[in-house]
Design a protein around this ligand. Structure first.
Ligand code: NAG
Ligand code: NAG
Ligand code: NAG
Length: 496
């Protein structure tokens, strides 16, 4: 009874605080492949003053999980549904007719229904083999960007195909040669300047940086001449500074148009930094993009808004959060209804972000691949789980515990990558081990594997994984039919 009253009260307070009568503008910024140690506030060598200022005056999310690579993350972000429910648990969208199923509802659609004008700039990566998968046919009023997975930042070429469009029009000849971050920032500023303020704005700004290839205008790289000796890392650092300036320009445009005071800015990476040759860095977290270690799946993220109550500004929030949580959180903030026929994996975390409530989730399913292999089960004395095949690549966090099964991912099995771009091997790493348990409260760096000391916890977590196994939708085809470049126009695009 009392808790119900408290609940209503909290809802009421958060609505007043947010002045829900006029829904806020929402700017959702994704920086591709940005690692834990790739922002100035975690790594003072990097010069990212805008990101640092926004994060420092907003709410940093320190216990926030994404998938270990882009496709599952981006499709989860757009739907609030888990990748296991979308058939998009792993791999890229590029060569085969894969995409966000058409019976799913996107964040763009929900916010459009709630009265927003909706725009996406940059990377989509939720499918393009047929027209109907393109973002401007899925809830976005306008699309200016590329379809994924990655482009040359000057030529916009990918696999010999130009890849930059305004809705259905290939615009590479117009922009080719201009660095992508300038082009996207300029487009973002134009959208903000032209925005009809009788409506709220949803701007999904999905940068191509800091994804490979390593490219940045010299002026951004030069500042690191004496502080970063590794050349690849120096260029990478320039990329972080360039994207930071783009965010500054967007923020200034909101301010100039008197929109910042009623905006919510969400910043997130889609997965951990791609270490080694791609020069991303997640130190001191283990591993990187493509692995289920923390370096691959615990992402940098924060919320900045002048609408946040004073007490929550400049806080570090340790509530457990998942990338799917943005969907219900933002749709509710917008005054819309996030719920439909399909069960969301995401939960509304706005009151957690405001510091008014605990996290609304007890666990996060990080990865659960649908392919199982050798049919091996966990048996240690009395502790037996005959249901879950521990050769499955999976990772789950429950409270402070994290369990990994099968391979820890397709990259970076056994090392950390330090701030000097050096690999540090794990001397105890046993490649044959199929179950790994860590206490992340005490050991966020995943140095000490403790499954043999906690069989009971392992059993509990395997049971939970098994439960999720029953919900998996078969992975979408990664084989036939192949992409057909001859059926496209000038730009990469639909071929069916
Ligand atoms: C930011 O705006 C300034 C002023 O218009 C411009 O010179 C600069 O190139 C912009 N930076 C980015 C990254 O778009
Ligand atoms: C692209 O580059 C050209 C030449 O530097 C410049 O004149 C033009 O304004 C740029 N366009 C955009 C959209 O940045
Ligand atoms: C994780 O590693 C960093 C860098 O070596 C270290 O400063 C920190 O204390 C470690 N954390 C724990 C809990 O051991």
């Amino acid at each position: 009874m009392t808790s119900t009253i408290v609940c209503f009260l909290l809802l009421f307070i958060s609505r007043i605080v947010l002045g829900v009568a006029t829904p806020p503008h929402i700017v959702l910024i994704v920086v591709d492949d940005l690692g834990w140690n790739d922002v100035g506030y975690n790594n003072p060598v990097l010069n990212t003053p805008t990101i640092d200022r926004l994060a420092g005056n907003g709410v940093k999310l320190l216990n926030y999980y994404v998938a270990n690579h882009c496709v599952p993350s981006r499709n989860m972000l757009m739907t609030g549904r888990h990748a296991i429910h979308l058939g998009l648990g792993s791999g890229v969208i590029g060569y085969h007719p894969r995409g966000l199923p058409l019976d799913e509802t996107t964040l763009g659609e929900k916010l459009k229904t709630a009265g927003y004008s909706t725009h996406i700039i940059g990377k989509w990566h939720c499918g393009f083999f047929s027209d109907r998968y393109l973002p401007h046919n899925r809830g976005f009023d306008t699309f200016f960007g590329y379809l994924g997975p990655g482009i040359d930042h000057y030529t916009y070429i990918e696999r010999n195909m130009p890849n930059l469009r305004k809705n259905d029009v290939c615009v590479v000849s117009q922009y080719g040669g201009n660095f992508s971050t300038f082009v996207y920032a300029t487009e973002g500023v134009d959208i903000i300047n032209a925005h009809d303020q009788s409506k709220p704005l949803f701007l999904y700004l999905s940068f191509a940086l800091v994804h490979a290839p390593l490219q940045a205008p010299e002026s951004y790289v030069k500042q690191y001449e004496t502080t970063i000796l590794n050349e690849d890392r120096r260029i990478f650092a320039g990329m972080t500074s360039c994207v930071d300036e783009a965010i500054a320009n967007i923020t200034h445009a909101l301010e100039r148009n008197d929109m910042l005071k009623n905006s919510v800015i969400v910043f997130t990476s889609d997965n951990g930094g791609a270490i080694a040759n791609s020069a991303g860095n997640n130190w001191p977290l283990r591993g990187g993009k493509g692995s289920n270690w923390e370096g691959g799946v615990r992402a940098v993220a924060f919320v900045y808004s002048d609408l946040l109550p004073q007490e929550s500004r400049g806080t570090e929030n340790t509530g457990l959060m998942h990338i799917t949580d943005w969907f219900p959180t933002l749709v509710k903030l917008a005054g819309g209804n996030p719920y439909g026929k399909k069960k969301l994996y995401g939960v509304d975390q706005w009151n957690m972000i405001l510091g008014l409530d605990k996290s609304h989730r007890g666990d996060v399913l990080i990865t659960l691949e649908s392919t199982t292999h050798a049919n091996i089960h966990y048996k240690t004395g009395l502790f037996v789980n005959n249901a879950f095949d521990i050769t499955t690549t999976a990772a789950i966090k429950m409270g402070k515990w994290k369990l990994l099964t099968g391979s820890p991912g397709f990259t970076y099995d056994n090392y950390w990558f330090n701030s000097d771009q050096q690999a540090i091997e794990d001397p105890d790493y046993d490649v044959r081990r199929l179950v790994r348990l860590y206490n992340l409260d005490e050991d966020p760096n995943e140095t000490t594997e403790i499954s043999d000391q906690h069989h009971d916890i392992v059993i509990k977590m395997l049971a939970k994984l098994h439960k999720y196994t029953r919900e998996i939708v078969p992975e979408q085809s990664k084989t036939e039919p192949r992409i057909d470049f001859d059926k496209m126009g000038q730009c990469l695009g639909p071929w069916v």
